[in-house]
Ligand binder design. Structure first.
Ligand code: GDP
Length: 295
């Protein structure tokens, strides 16, 4: 995760810190290299432009250049700006005051939605919540079965759904059942398609209005880079999302999607998937991630 970017920035900062004094020309040169590193990491072009402009305006002030450690100060400016880019502080899930709080996971097929539903159920159960799961993917009985098997493995109850019913009915009835069973959270794993289509969005909108979820989380595959950001933006525009879970971060050495997301769609990254195993889901901490990138 972010290995390529971290390596490139390390070189830039080493050179900056190695100089006793810095002038505007040195800063310009370093910013050019940072810009390249971000673009190579597949960060959105406009996001990179704003980032560099912002760092430039903070870095060329005389206070920085005249200080005893100008290189270190610039590293600090990049660090702070990176934290902002990643969303500032970590974003908690909202549960509201209803039982159960429905959490709807949406996204394209293969993005890791079913795996992430179970991972999230595990994380929430570990924090002391009574969590249930349900699959509304009536188009792929195998996906429903996958959720049942994975849920069973971690001891999270999966509410049985009849694939001959409509996804909306399945979700509404699962909420009722979860209420009877006293669950605090119900995770709804919805159907994914290969592409966004009107029918898919219509179905998701109907589920949203029928169950009024506390959170709609878009599950994005980090490996698809800027496509993940574009699809998230489309889901946000058509359905409205509360945040994003980015999966397969373990296989993505660039990290451009994670770095662009908040600036492009204005919604936070809440969790990251870092492996195929069921415990490989982490709360996303912008500060920690920035420190990891900058070493
Ligand atoms: P869905 O079609 O969106 O429900 O996707 P699945 O949950 O079936 O996941 C598709 C594939 O991605 C599976 O092989 C998962 O093991 C894999 N996967 C999901 N999340 C991660 C992750 O964070 N890291 C890695 N390496 N693989 C993941």
């Amino acid at each position: 995760m972010f290995e390529n970017l971290a390596e490139k920035l390390e070189g830039v900062f080493k050179r900056l810190k190695g100089r006793g004094r810095l002038d505007e020309e040195n800063v310009k040169e370093a910013l050019k290299e940072i810009r390249m590193a971000l673009l190579e990491a597949d960060v959105n072009f406009k996001v990179v432009k704003d980032f560099i402009e912002d760092v430039r305006s903070r870095a060329v002030g005389q206070d920085v250049l005249d200080s005893i450690t100008p290189g270190q100060q610039i590293v600090k400016i990049v660090h702070d700006r990176l934290v902002e880019l990643l969303g500032g502080t970590s974003s908690q899930l909202k549960f509201g005051h209803r039982f159960p709080a429905p959490i709807m996971l949406v996204g394209l097929q293969g993005c890791g939605k079913t795996t992430t539903s179970v991972k999230l159920a595990r994380v929430l159960a570990k924090s002391g919540k009574r969590v249930g799961l349900v699959s509304a993917d009536v188009y792929r009985p195998a996906a429903m079965e996958q959720l049942r098997v994975m849920g069973e493995k971690i001891g999270a109850p999966v509410i049985r759904a009849d694939s001959s019913q409509s996804p909306v009915k399945i979700c509404v009835e699962a909420v009722e059942e979860a209420k009877r069973r006293g669950y605090e959270v119900l995770i709804l794993d919805t159907a994914g398609r290969l592409h966004i289509d009107t029918e898919m969005m219509e179905e998701l909108k109907q589920i949203k209005s029928a169950v009024n979820p506390s959170e709609i989380l878009f599950v994005a595959d980090a490996m698809t880079g800027q496509d993940a950001v574009n699809v998230a933006a489309k889901f946000n525009e058509l359905l409205g999302i509360d945040g994003v879970i980015m999966t397969k971060m373990d296989g993505d050495a660039r990290g451009g999607a994670a770095l662009s997301l908040k600036a492009v769609i204005g919604k936070p990254l809440k969790y990251v998937g870092v492996g195929e195993k069921i415990d490989a889901l982490e709360v996303f901490h912008p500060e920690r991630m920035a420190s990891r990138i900058l070493g």
